[in-house]
Design a binder for this molecule. Sequence first.
Ligand code: ZN
Length: 453
Amino acid sequence: MSTGNLVRDDSKPAEGEQAGGWGREIYALTERLFPLHRSITGDGVRRTLQIMGEYVPLSISEVPTGTPVFDWEIPKEWTVREAFISDSHGRHVVDLRNNNLHIVGYSMPIRATMPLQELLPHLHTLPDRPESIPYLNSYWKEYWGFCLSHNTKLGMASGDYDVVIDSSLEDGHLSYGEYLIPGDSSEEVLLFSHTCHPSLGNDNCSGLAVTTVLARLLASRSLRYSYRFLWAPSTIGSLAWLSRNPEAASRVRHGLVLTGFGDPGAFTYKQSRSGDALIDRVVPLVLDGFGPGSRIEPFSVYGYDERQFCSPGFNLAVGRLSRTPYGQYPQYHTSDDNLTFISPRQLGEALAVLVEIVDALECSERRYLNTSPYGEPRLGKRGLFRPIGGSGLSRLEEARLWALNLADGGHSVLDMAGRSRMDFRTLRTAIGELTACGLLREIADADASPSPP
Ligand code: ZN
């Protein structure tokens, strides 16, 4: 069992200056990923994974078109080289070169001249956000279309337009990236982030960048669990991985779908299907430690890839962590979800939260015995209590008392955190200090009964 995780070290992000530094690094990665034109297949995803591979040695899997994946199959690979609408003067009213959202994802090729009336059913706008471009795709139905601002559409005069989509749908592959950090145990923590959205900042360049930097941080640590990072397109990507890796899936003890970390909203945790898995207990306690405002949502059947991991055949203990949930911020799936919508500070804080969740998972099942259980031990002479009495306790002093009181072999660290409402970080610090001075002793599971008085 690893023993080095109870006291924070300098390689981890924390509040303030250090978190700001990590946030800037994550944001810089986000800036590189944002311009790439991703979809559920294609070179945009491959290039994304290549860039992330500069941070961690991830492996890329390629699943051929037509491969059966449970009730689905891997689609044809989509490539788009050029797409525009030009008016009778040759002016490009809409051009893919200006924004990757301008084309409906998986659009079929077309090269035609048509009157505005014929073109209109293929133009998608947001009348309520007239300056914004929506994000749409049509993976499973043959279609072509453009997304543009409502104001641009209103400015299109009647008459003929040249419509060009130079795209192809051909046999190819679906790509996903994977990175496993082995721990002492073969039991795994699965951390998933979706790769399939084009130029959208929060959903989900933020998730890709935060998880990539997290993976690099964890790679140098001694860990109890093995940590599997999986970066794949939504739905068909997670299904492809599940269908090809049943043994790895069976080793998943805890998991999180991670997305939407750059917006200014509070953290929101969506519970796993069971609602009472260990991850469902750990994450809310960690979020409590980061201040008020975080929200806990019960499991629901719609959402991101937790839908697949929590389907009844798998029923994995996978929750979802984000800031503002999808669909609940007005920039969602529009061109306003861009690099100005997300900030280094929010990204750095998300990394700090995730590191704290890892730390909490690592220690949550440990148990300790109080080696001086008859009355409170005298903490002052060990430098663990204030030398001059006064009213009230500091959080750390209170955490030391809780740890001593609940270190009876029957309470895990998670039980201690839940009972005391102490945040993991403070509790872990207290346990580390008390263990260092011999007042606590970690016990193995087989030794989990308290000694008789
Ligand atoms: Zn989305």
